[in-house]
Design a protein around this ligand. Structure first.
Ligand code: IPM
Ligand code: MN
Length: 409
C-alpha cells in the first residue's frame, strides 16, 4: 500500500451535485489549478486512487490509465496515481474487502478509478468477506448517492445489438440510480435456515436529493424525466412518487412521467429511444441498467460515475469482473476508458478532454476495430492492448510511453 504525499483536501457534501461538468461555467479547484498565460489554458494537477480489483479489472484499468497518461501529456495536466486494493484482491491480501488503507488513500484523492470486483474464488465466503461488500462499503463510506449510467448508441456497434437497428439507433438515455439507500442497506437484515429478512427503507431526504439532481440533469439534456417505481405495491415507491410530484413545480421546464418498473423493463426493449433521464431507487436501477446496457451492442462499453455533492467521485465500468476471460487479453476496455472520460468531466471539469476521449473511442469503432465481445464474422479481433493502442493513436499519434505523469506504486 502506498500513500499520497501532500495535504488532504477538505470536502463538504451538499445536496446539490456539481453539474458544471455537464454544461455551464466550470468550477475549478483553485488549490490544484494554474492558469498558463502562454498557452492560455488551465493546467491541472489531480490525485487519483486506482483500484484495479478482480478478474478483468486490472486489465481494463491498465488501459484506462494509459489513456489518462496520453490526455495528461496532450493537455498538460498532471495526474498522480496511487494504487490500492479492493474486493477479492483485498480479501486475499488483507482479509478485508475494503481495507482502511484503501479508504485513507481515496479520502486523500480527487477521484477514484475502479475496475471490477468479484469472482468464483470468493463465492462461498460469508457476506462480510465477499468482494461485493468492498464496493458497497466504499459507495456508502463516501456517500456516493448518485450513480449515473449513460446509455448511448454508437452507430458502428448497432449490428451487435440484440434489438433491431430501428429500435436501438438514437438511444441516448441516462439512468440516475440512487446508490446508497433502499434494500441494499436497510436494516434489519437477517438470515437463518428458516427464513430471511431484507428491509427496503428510504428517508424523504434521501429521495429528495437524488430526485433534485435528476431534474437538474434532465434540464441540461432534453428536458424529460421518467421516474420509475412500484407505487402500486410498495410504500417506499409511494413516497418516492409523491416527492417527484412535489418537486415538479420547481422544474416547470422538465416534462415528468411516472412509470412502474415492470413496464419500464418492457419499454426499454420496445422503445428505448423514448427515454431521456430515468431516475430510480437502488435495486430497480441495478436491474434496469444491466438491461439497458446491452441495447447499444455490448455491456463492455458502458461507463458509470458515482458522485455526491462535491467534485469527488468514483468511476467504474458497468460490467463486472468477467472471471471467465480474465488474463487473456480479451476484455473490452472501452467502458473503463469512457469512465475516465466521465471522471474528467464530472470531477475535474475537463469537458474538452472528456469529449476527446469519447471522440477517439467512437473513431476506433468507426474504423472497424473491435475486441472479442463486439467483433463479427470476418472482423479481426483485437486484444485489449491492441484496441487501447488504437485509441491512444487517435488522441495523440506522437505519444511515447515517457510522460509527465508521476505514478507511485
Ligand atoms: C453494479 C453491481 C453491484 C450492485 C454489485 C457488484 C454489488 O451489480 O454496480 O451494478 O449490485 O450495485
Ligand atoms: Mn449491477
Amino acid at each position: 500500500q502506498t500513500c499520497f504525499d501532500g495535504v488532504s483536501i477538505k470536502r463538504e457534501t451538499s445536496l446539490r451535485l456539481n453539474l458544471s461538468g455537464f454544461n455551464g461555467p466550470l468550477i475549478r479547484d483553485k488549490s490544484t489549478t494554474r492558469f498558463c498565460e502562454k498557452e492560455r489554458c488551465f493546467l491541472m494537477e489531480k490525485k487519483i486512487t486506482v483500484l484495479p480489483g478482480d478478474g478483468i479489472g486490472p486489465e481494463v484499468v491498465a488501459s484506462a490509465v494509459k489513456i489518462l497518461q496520453v490526455i495528461g501529456k496532450r493537455y498538460n495536466h498532471t495526474f498522480h496515481l496511487g494504487y490500492s486494493a479492493i474486493g477479492g484482491a483485498a480479501i486475499d491480501q488483507f482479509n478485508n474487502p475494503l481495507p482502511d488503507e484503501t479508504i485513507a488513500m481515496c479520502e486523500n484523492s480527487d477521484a477514484v478509478l475502479l475496475g471490477a470486483v468479484g469472482g468464483p474464488k470468493w463465492d462461498n465466503n460469508p457476506p462480510e468477506l465477499r468482494p461485493e461488500k468492498g464496493l458497497l462499503k466504499i459507495r456508502k463510506h463516501f456517500d456516493l448517492f448518485a450513480n449515473l449510467r449513460p446509455v448511448k448508441a454508437f452507430p458502428s456497434l448497432l449490428a451487435s445489438s440484440p434489438l433491431k437497428r430501428e429500435v436501438a439507433e438514437n438511444v441516448d438515455l441516462m439512468i440516475v440510480r440512487e446508490l446508497t439507500g433502499g434494500i441494499y442497506f436497510g436494516e434489519p437484515r437477517t438470515k437463518t435456515n428458516e427464513g430471511a429478512v431484507d428491509t427496503c427503507i428510504y428517508s424523504r431526504a434521501e429521495i429528495e436529493r437524488i430526485v433534485d439532481n435528476a431534474f437538474e440533469l434532465a434540464r441540461l439534456r432534453r428536458g424529460k424525466l421518467c421516474s420509475v417505481d412500484k407505487a402500486n405495491v410498495l410504500d417506499t415507491s409511494r413516497l418516492w412518487r409523491e416527492i417527484v410530484e412535489e418537486k415538479k413545480a420547481q422544474y416547470p421546464d422538465v416534462e415528468v412521467e411516472h412509470n412502474l418498473v415492470d413496464s419500464v423493463a418492457m419499454k426499454l426493449i420496445t422503445n428505448p429511444g423514448h427515454y431521456d433521464v430515468v431516475v430510480t431507487e437502488n435495486m430497480f436501477g441495478d436491474i434496469l441498467s444491466d438491461e439497458a446496457s446491452v441495447i447499444t451492442g455490448s455491456l463492455g462499453v458502458l461507463p458509470s460515475a458515482s458522485i455526491r455533492g462535491d467534485q469527488f467521485g468514483l468511476y467504474e465500468p458497468v460490467h463486472g469482473s468477467a472471471p471467465d476471460i480474465a488474463g487473456q487479453g480479451k476484455a473490452n476496455p472501452a467502458a473503463t476508458i469512457l469512465s475516465v472520460a466521465m471522471m474528467l468531466q464530472y470531477s475535474f471539469g475537463m469537458k474538452e478532454e472528456a469529449a476527446e476521449i469519447e471522440r477517439a473511442v467512437n473513431a476506433v469503432f468507426e474504423d472497424g476495430y473491435f475486441t472479442a465481445d463486439l467483433a463479427r464474422e470476418g472482423d479481426r479481433v483485437l486484444t485489449t492492448e491492441e484496441w487501447t493502442n488504437k485509441v491512444i493513436n487517435e488522441i495523440d499519434a506522437s505519444f511515447v510511453s515517457e510522460s509527465i505523469m508521476i505514478s507511485y506504486n
